[in-house]
Design a protein around this ligand. Structure first.
Ligand code: PAF
Length: 280
């Protein structure tokens, strides 16, 4: 099992020792319940850095009042085994009071890029993500930090924050890891009932079909968005939260597909909300 520390002082001491030994430092920020997608982030970090820290912290500030903070899976022992297998050197698993001491009243907000997708769908979510990620960057002081492309908007927003606030961290975005049937790996997949799990690959198939329609010449974004929404809605038991095709850089609406775009979706299967995307 990868060793675990729980305080800012301990993780800083370990990172300082690694730096004194001439190592560069990679950080993989996670909320735990690790899976093969996280393992690939950790392997990427280990390929680029001599000392890899995985943070495991279910961050309360990025959950809305009706979201799954309380039931979010907490599996630290299994996470530490996966970390060891994937090549991490240290797990940082702080309690909430260590990351947010009493009377913490400072938050980080990236504007503009949160106008669509999970911005309006999950008010306050990215403020919570940016705040905790910037805090982790200050605590660990990594050379590089690794994020998954499944959270496309999150990765874009973190990159912007790092650029705008001159944070000396190299943000790396690693490809989405999928199950054999195409379902994007997610800690939330474990909430799915067998029936929901059986139909969940339909989300990725709908994205692939829309990408194929775009490749075949359909450039009207409103047509692509309605076809995408209709295909998702046809998945048994699915409720579409959003199905959008946006400018991949600005994350703003597009009329025609005349520049790189991202098709991004959020779909409820029962009470489980899954997101996925494809750059088209
Ligand atoms: O992607 C996640 O797991 C979380 O949003 C992150 C980046 C660890 C921040 O809590």
């Amino acid at each position: 099992m990868t060793p675990v520390v729980t305080t800012v002082a301990e993780v800083r001491a370990a990172v300082d020792a690694a730096r004194r030994a001439g190592k560069t430092v990679g950080l993989v920020p996670t909320m735990g319940a690790l899976h093969a997608g996280h393992a690939s982030l950790i392997r990427a970090a280990a390929a680029g850095s001599g000392f890899v820290v995985v943070s495991v912290f279910v961050n309360p500030t990025q959950f809305g009042p009706t979201e799954d903070f309380a039931r979010y899976p907490r599996t630290l022992d299994a996470d530490r085994l996966l970390c060891a297998d994937a090549g991490a050197h240290l797990v940082f698993a702080p309690p909430v009071a260590e990351m947010y001491p009493e009377r913490s009243v400072t938050f980080v907000e990236v504007t503009e890029l949160d106008r669509e997708l999970d911005g309006p769908a999950r008010p306050g979510h990215f403020r919570g993500v940016c705040t905790v990620v910037l805090k982790l960057f200050h605590v660990v002081r990594p050379d590089a930090a690794h994020f998954g492309a499944k959270d496309f908007q999150q990765a874009r927003i973190v990159r912007q924050m790092v650029r705008d606030l001159n944070v000396p961290v190299d943000v790396r975005v690693e490809p989405t890891v999928r199950e054999a049937d195409g379902l994007a790996m997610s800690s939330r997949n474990r909430y799915l009932t067998p029936a929901e799990r059986a139909v969940a690959p339909g989300i990725h198939r709908a994205l692939q079909n829309i990408a194929a329609r775009a490749r075949a010449g359909e450039a009207d974004v409103s047509v692509l968005e309605s076809e995408l929404a209709a295909e998702l809605a046809a998945i048994p038991g699915a409720r579409v939260d959003y199905a959008r095709v946006l400018d991949a850089d600005l994350l703003r609406p597009l009329g025609r597909l005349d520049r790189p775009a991202v098709a991004a979706v959020a779909v409820f299967l029962g009470t489980t909300r899954l997101i996925d995307n494809l750059v088209i």
